[in-house]
Ligand binder design. Structure first.
Ligand SMILES: C[S@@+](CC[C@H](N)C(=O)[O-])C[C@H]1O[C@@H](n2cnc3c(N)ncnc32)[C@H](O)[C@@H]1O
Length: 274
């Protein structure tokens, strides 16, 4: 996302030392280590905050961030600098595996989508459980660090184009088509939304009270942002919340190889707690 140039204005530079301060802020707040090549992206994404406060440069913005009553602004920086890309039924092999597992499994089901972004993952899971599950006793915890993503997830409203990976017929079965001002959008059915509770959870911190245990944890496309030690701590903490026989899904591009955890590989990037 690049900053749009304002005619007649020179874009301020994000100096090395300023970028380092932002790297530290991100690391402390989210555990995410911003690589050096992310500097233009950081400058671009924060440009709109400089405009918002009508500041001439990043120096003044960083001074503002240091003030204690700008806590919400520091959160916004983390929001702006995290990658929230997601879509419904992402990594279809996971949903194929999960659907078959659901059809065979009996008993209550507690599922955690542990970096849920704007909600596409937990709502895909909710549709899969409705379709293939054998129990009425199920719930999904959907958590993320980003409050703005959790707000979007809470609405359950998406553009119709985002339904392109839905299995045939599921859009009509599990969602409501928008009319009037909502034309071109859809909303996940209330019956499914009610199964999904949204909560702020920062994965680099100890888990809040009452999180877990779970039969299934989706921890996908978030480990990629952490260094190996942090990754290992996060996965260990989450695996402690999996019941024996429970499933852990990680992103296909991610690896937890060599972490020495009580897990066995069932299918690519799908693990079972021993
Ligand atoms: C790329 S999205 C992945 C969304 C979804 N799991 C998927 O696979 O499509 C990564 C999400 O991780 C969240 N995230 C980043 N750092 C986090 C942290 N320390 N704790 C919790 N969530 C975090 C971001 O806010 C973002 O919504």
């Amino acid at each position: 996302m690049a900053a749009e140039p304002v005619p007649g204005l020179r874009l301020p530079e994000l100096a090395d030392s300023q970028f380092r301060l932002l790297q530290r802020l991100m690391l402390e707040a989210s555990g995410i280590a911003l690589a050096a090549n992310k500097r233009p992206l950081v400058a671009g994404r924060l440009m709109k905050r400089l405009r918002h406060y009508q500041l001439p440069g990043y120096e003044q913005y960083l001074q503002l961030l240091e003030q204690p009553h700008y806590l919400a602004e520091r959160r916004l920086v983390v929001d702006l600098l995290t990658t929230n890309e997601t879509y419904f039924f992402r990594e279809p092999a996971h949903f194929a595996f999960f659907g078959q597992w659901l059809a065979k499994r009996k008993g209550a089901l507690r599922i955690w989508s542990a970096a849920c972004s704007s909600g596409e993952e937990p709502y895909s899971l909710a549709m899969a459980v409705s379709e293939h599950g054998t129990t009425q006793d199920w719930s999904i915890l959907a958590s993320d660090l980003s409050l703005s993503m959790l707000e979007r997830a809470a609405s359950g409203i998406y553009d119709l184009a985002q339904a392109r990976h839905f299995p045939e017929g599921w859009l009509h079965r599990y969602c409501l088509n928008g009319v009037g001002a909502m034309h071109g959008r859809f909303r996940v059915q209330a019956a499914l939304r009610q199964r999904v509770s949204l909560r702020e959870v920062n994965l680099v911190q100890p888990l809040p009270e009452g999180v877990g245990p779970f039969e299934v944890i989706f921890l996908r496309n978030v480990l990629i942002y952490f260094d190996n030690d942090e990754k290992q701590r996060i996965v260990r903490r989450l695996v402690e919340q999996l019941v024996p026989g429970g499933l852990l899904f990680i992103g296909h591009a991610e690896s937890i190889h060599g972490f020495g955890l009580p897990l066995r590989l069932l299918s690519p990037s799908v693990y079972q707690h021993l």
